[in-house]
Design a protein around this ligand. Structure first.
Ligand SMILES: Nc1ncnc2c1ncn2[C@@H]1O[C@H](COP(=O)(O)OP(=O)(O)OP(=O)(O)O)[C@@H](O)[C@H]1O
Length: 279
């Protein structure tokens, strides 16, 4: 018994992770501008997400966090250079993108499919044109449903499940896709605190299964960001204001400025991680 909290016991050895680093960034954005038909949001963003780490993207409402991940996924028009695992995003087919990246969006629609059918769809990127799902596909679906706890409602239509249950099913779908880079936008917004911690606790073992796995998570909860992320990127006004380890980003000056409130940052006696309170 070490007396460490569970996530400290499984905390990444950052030094050894960074030693393997001749690998290209999971996502590299250079001078990227992106947005919507009538609104440019990202303004010459430079951001780099190293492989093998959990990255948090933080910042106030409307800052451009979701737009940044959508640009990396190729879901919004952009200019500048975006590379995924060293390859130009524009040169990747949709199937290649789906093998490299999966995405949990902010909202999960209440569709008629059952939870299981919804998760099964994630395997299409790995199937040939006319081939049926293999035992490996079925295993990936079962395992993702089990990891997220979404097995319990796998046979029910998504439209008859709660918002939190739908969010867990959608997370299972993103995991079952078996990507190198898991991109999650506010993955616990519909979850109670017990399920929220469960979700973040499953990220660390997931990422450790392969050196090329990377997680990029848009987050509002800065305590969760401090506790589970290896690196944070602070976005404000469509620009990256700062990026680095949580201890360098979760500092009063940067947070007061970005969020427009005075914050108190201290180390939690309960967890040993930084905790941020608006005062
Ligand atoms: N589909 C869209 N069409 C036009 N403007 C949009 C669209 N989606 C987002 N925006 C605008 O782009 C800006 C950035 O939005 P984005 O969703 O990236 O912010 P965010 O940092 O993720 O915010 P939040 O924390 O509130 O989710 C906002 O001003 C928003 O109103």
């Amino acid at each position: 018994m070490t007396g460490l909290m569970p996530e400290q016991q499984t905390a990444p050895n950052t030094a050894s992770r960074e030693a393997r680093t001749e690998a290209p960034s999971a996502v590299e954005m250079t001078e990227v501008s992106a947005g919507y038909r009538r609104k440019n949001v990202l303004d010459s963003v430079n951001a780099s997400f190293a492989p093998g780490l959990i990255h948090g993207i933080i910042g106030p409402n409307g800052a451009g966090k979701s737009t940044l991940v959508k640009a990396a996924l190729g879901l919004v028009p952009s200019s500048g250079d975006i590379r995924i695992a060293g390859e130009r995003l524009a040169s990747l087919s949709s199937k290649e993108r789906a093998r490299l990246m999966s995405y949990l969006p902010q909202d999960t629609p209440p569709v008629d499919f059952t939870g299981e059918q919804y998760v099964q769809m994630s395997r299409y990127a790995r199937l040939g044109r006319f081939s049926s799902p293999t035992a490996e596909d079925e295993e990936a679906v079962d395992e993702a449903l089990r990891m997220t706890g979404a097995s319990a409602w796998r046979d029910r239509p998504m439209r008859s499940t709660s918002g939190g249950e739908r969010q867990l099913t959608a997370l299972a779908r993103a995991i079952a896709q078996d990507p190198q880079i898991l991109i999650v936008d506010e993955p616990s917004s519909a979850l109670d605190m017990g399920h929220e911690i469960d979700v973040f606790r499953l990220f660390k073992p997931w990422i450790k299964e392969s050196s090329s796995r990377t997680i990029i998570a848009v987050l509002h909860d800065l305590d969760i960001a401090a506790r589970f992320c290896d690196r944070l990127t602070l976005v404000d006004g469509g620009r990256v204001k700062a990026s680095g380890p949580p201890a360098e980003i979760l500092v009063p000056d940067l947070l007061n400025d970005a969020y427009g409130v005075t914050v108190d940052v201290r180390r939690s006696e309960a967890t040993g991680y930084l905790t941020v309170t608006a005062v």
